[in-house]
Design a protein around this ligand. Sequence first.
Ligand code: ADE
Ligand code: ZN
Length: 319
Amino acid sequence: MPLPKAELHLHIEGTLEPELAFELAARNGVELPYADTDELGKAYQFEDLQSFLNLYYELMAVLRTERDFEDLANAYLARAAAQGVRHAEIFFDPQAHTKRGLELGTVVEGLWRALGGSEANHGVSTRLIMCFLRDDSAESAMATLRAAEPYLDRITGVGLDSAEVGHPPVKFREVYEAAAALGLRRVAHAGEEGPPAYITEALDVLGVERVDHGLRCVEDPALVDRLVRERVPLTLCPLSNVRLRTVDTLADHPLPAMLDAGLVCTVNSDDPAYFGGYAGDNFDAVRATLGLDRERLRELARNSFLASFLEDDEERRER
Ligand code: ADE
Ligand code: ZN
């Protein structure tokens, strides 16, 4: 029995497996610049975040209809459930779809067709978090927030993702203020490739409740002290860090030291179709390679529920 856990850092578009990409391409008459899944598989060698994002956005071309988003989410939920995920807070990138001419409603309604039945069909409760692309303008992010207002019964929070360096959190101050005024929860990617100062800014300027990645906090002892003191959860993604070369090898990952320092760490998959594993695979990898014992793994699982946006009574039910 895999350890019950919540997944808090998961981009639904990053769960697009090569086989499903080709299936959807055929269904929608979209031509992919790869002959087959083998050839596509060879493109999964990344130098950094941007080299991954290039492929991630390219393959999204196959996602066109509500049914495509429903199938994508159901495929993820089935895999996640098999690895012990009982609750998933799922990111999606509205601008990556609206800029291709899709309606926001197609994306949200399609995802909801899977998420609405997820507890019954997969035993996984869910929340949906809408991310703004930080390498797009703040005006585009604000327009996206406004366009999402009819769907806010389905959207729990906002996040910030895509190319980090050169796009500090402060760029989105007004958007996050507007999101807070709408009652949305707030998270942001910070300290994946960007400097520790972006983590501080995400907390102080955007008012985030969790930091996605937050890995580079380890370079700033005063920041680590603060994150420990304020019990700010970090949604770490170890296999992602290896594939995007933010750590040299998994054996070099600072997770054990971060736990020893008292940081509220969680382990997540980020973009599992691209980085070699789902949530349980990330747990297995850190156990095998970093030697985390059972108590540490239980701490990671416990943190995942405590850091989730489940209400207290729901949280007890999930565990
Ligand atoms: N979008 C999808 N995965 C991402 C990641 N790891 N960092 C930033 N943006 C992303
Ligand atoms: Zn991410």
